[in-house]
Design a protein around this ligand. Structure first.
Ligand code: NAI
Length: 336
């Protein structure tokens, strides 16, 4: 029996996820969709050729009898309301990042989930499902590097639009690293500092670019992340974990090596959708399987909350230029 899924928000990633579930993954089907732009929701149903009902709004979709599970892929500020409604309806919910736009909003979700007495939320931090990061995690957990000491990382995009402003380097871009390193290192953050190097001429006036984020973890690991969102040359994710006994480097995406016209070259991807395409597949399959077995795993509300807290402090550090403390509340046993 397949899991009947309702999607709230049929924009770019909502349509991609619906297409994955319909054409690539197993065990799930799209039976309901909604969007503030109902015409767009109808167009997505037509494009996918699915028999899904278009609902007036998210609340109606969540309460529909034939919807077993909800996917929230609408704009960030709407996530909290829909995730809370899904929890209150007792339905499992996959929420794209961010879980909520404030740490306080994430806390409301945690309180509601604990009250419900069952894990109902999976947050869309798909890097945990990337095979390269999983290899790194296995090497660290298998003690092949000894204790991790330092992480050097970079998150580079070819370019960003005019509406992308300085804090978005944290909330939209670094947020993935903030989740990934907690998971990879099994650690939490203690402090953050943000440095602004010389600005690239390719950045528009409202974004400082590049930025260097320096994080310190509770165990004492030092992390430097270059966020460079107008790097021009490609979408490029780099990560080296330096341990006592060795170094693990995130594998490059597979690409053909060309020897031609006196050059040896490899293509660099330009599009994040291609870079993490397989990770999105594995992530959503895990959600469908989790709903089917009644046991959701993967990034939890607590992880969404932890990333939000660290993100808020990084934005504060952007503004102050100082080293800012990150105070994580104690993790409830519910999320152990
Ligand atoms: P988008 O703008 O293409 O789509 C968002 C859709 O939500 C729009 O169609 C909009 O009309 C709809 N919407 C807005 N308010 C709504 C409401 N109250 N009820 C129902 N629908 C509503 O944006 P995109 O790029 O698809 O992003 C959606 C979410 O996914 C964002 O939170 C974003 O951060 C996240 N995202 C995550 C990525 C990842 O790497 N995991 C990558 C891209 C986006």
């Amino acid at each position: 029996m397949s899991v009947k899924i309702g999607i709230i928000g049929t924009g770019m990633i909502g349509e991609e996820h619906a297409r994955r579930i319909t054409q690539q993954l197993t065990g799930g089907e799209i039976v309901a969709v909604t969007d503030v732009n109902l015409d767009q929701a109808r167009a997505v149903v037509d494009r996918l050729g699915v028999e899904a009902q278009v609902y007036e709004d998210g609340q109606a979709l969540i309460s529909a009898d034939n919807v077993d599970a909800v996917m929230v892929t609408s704009w960030g500020p709407t996530h909290e309301e829909y995730v809370l409604a899904a929890i209150n309806a007792g339905k499992p919910v996959f929420c794209e990042k961010p879980l909520a736009t404030t740490a306080e909003g994430c806390r409301h979700i945690i309180d509601a989930e604990i009250q419900a007495g069952k894990r109902l939320v999976q947050v869309g931090f798909m890097r945990r499902y990337d095979s390269g990061y999983q290899m790194m995690k296995a090497a660290i957990d298998g003690n092949r590097l000894g204790e991790p000491l330092i992480v050097h990382a970079a998150h580079r995009n070819p370019e960003v639009p005019e509406r992308y402003v300085t804090p978005m380097a944290i909330h939209d871009t670094l947020i993935h690293e903030l989740d990934t390193f907690r998971w990879l290192l099994d650690d939490d953050y203690k402090s953050a500092q943000v440095l602004f190097p010389r600005k690239t001429r390719h950045a528009h006036s409202k974004v400082e670019d590049p930025q260097i984020v320096l994080l310190e973890t509770v165990k004492g690991v030092r992390i430097d992340v270059e966020v460079f969102v107008n790097c021009k040359y490609g979408y490029d994710i780099q990560c080296d974990v330096v341990g006592e006994e060795g170094i693990a480097r995130l594998p490059e995406p597979q690409s053909l090596q060309l020897r031609q016209a006196g050059q040896r070259s490899n293509e660099i991807l330009m599009d994040w959708k291609k870079r993490f395409g397989e990770a999105f597949d594995v992530e959503l399959q895990a959600f469908i399987d989790g709903v089917a077995t009644g046991e959701l795993k993967g990034p939890s509300s607590w992880d969404g909350y932890a990333a939000a807290i660290a993100g808020d402090v990084c934005v504060k550090a952007q503004e102050s230029g100082a080293i800012e403390q990150i105070d994580m509340p104690e993790r409830p046993a519910f999320y152990a």
